[in-house]
Design a protein around this ligand. Structure first.
Ligand SMILES: [Zn+2]
Length: 269
């Protein structure tokens, strides 16, 4: 009887902590508020920018391109959410797009729209449309609350007590979880891999957002194929340990293509 009672209580707790994602319709564990995550992201982003070499968009065509692509994708997402009556989901978003001088093949977006692209990604992207594909993918991870879900799962697994702002309360486990899930700490920790579900969602909606921004979604197939090839060297990029690319993924991307193409309006040069 006691066991049943405990089991039921945990179920109620679990259900209460689950939210249905407004865009994907999938149930997600959310033990931590978006607001708290965004505050933590702002502080981690600032500290990342201060410790890395940021390339100014006023002197670099590449940095200017990163900003242009990001701004277009943000506008497309804002429009998409507005049309679906979901503008509230983007509350607190203050977009920033930066290119950092770093040979790693990497890019990420933190909650609240804090985006970084590493110069090492550009030779694999090769063109602006492919950059839009990968930025659309990373930004989708943020707007679809994937980080929130992974942090919640990790916190549950670690048995962390929640409440208030756990990141500013000096809880080192909470801070480690955040750092292990977001890019900046990739060099000091092991990234927790995204789940397959999250990867497919990021591919699916990332394609739509890139297409809405005027970039050809078909570029996704050659781009992810180049990424897969880049992983065959001696030292595969860390990015690929959290974004595994294989035949199944390419097939999935192909299955999203017709839908994405409906949103595609090429930008006139
Ligand atoms: Zn991903």
């Amino acid at each position: 009887m006691k066991t049943i009672l405990i089991f039921c209580t945990s179920c109620v707790l679990f259900i209460a902590a689950c939210t249905t994602n407004a865009v994907t319709g999938r149930k997600q564990l959310s033990l931590i508020s978006e607001d708290v995550l965004q505050q933590e992201a702002v502080s981690q982003y600032q500290s990342f920018l201060s410790q890395n070499k940021i390339i100014s968009a006023s002197v670099s065509k590449d940095a200017e391109m990163v900003r242009r692509v990001g701004t277009r994708i943000a506008a497309a997402i804002t429009q998409y959410y507005k049309q679906k009556g979901l503008s509230k989901e983007l509350e607190g978003y203050k977009w920033e797009f930066n290119l950092v001088d770093n040979k790693e093949i990497n890019a990420w977006c933190m909650p609240g729209g804090k985006v970084v692209v590493y110069t090492g990604l550009l030779p694999v992207a090769q063109n602006e449309a492919a950059l839009a594909i990968v930025m659309g993918h990373e930004i989708t991870h943020a707007v679809a609350h994937h980080g929130q879900e992974r942090i919640s799962q990790a916190m549950l697994a670690q048995g962390l007590q929640l409440g208030g702002n756990i990141f500013t309360s000096g809880n080192s486990t909470a801070n480690n979880i955040f750092n292990n899930i977001y890019g900046p700490a990739a060099s000091i920790g092991v990234l927790l891999p995204n789940s397959r579900n999250q990867e497919y969602e990021a591919d699916h909606f990332g394609l739509i957002f890139a297409a809405m921004s005027g970039y050809n979604p078909r570029e996704a197939i050659p781009f992810w194929t180049r990424m897969a090839n880049a992983s065959q060297g001696n030292k595969p990029p860390e990015f690929l340990s959290s974004h595994p690319t294989d035949e199944k993924r390419i097939q999935k991307l192909q299955s999203y293509m017709n839908e994405a193409l409906k949103y595609y309006k090429p930008v006139s040069k």
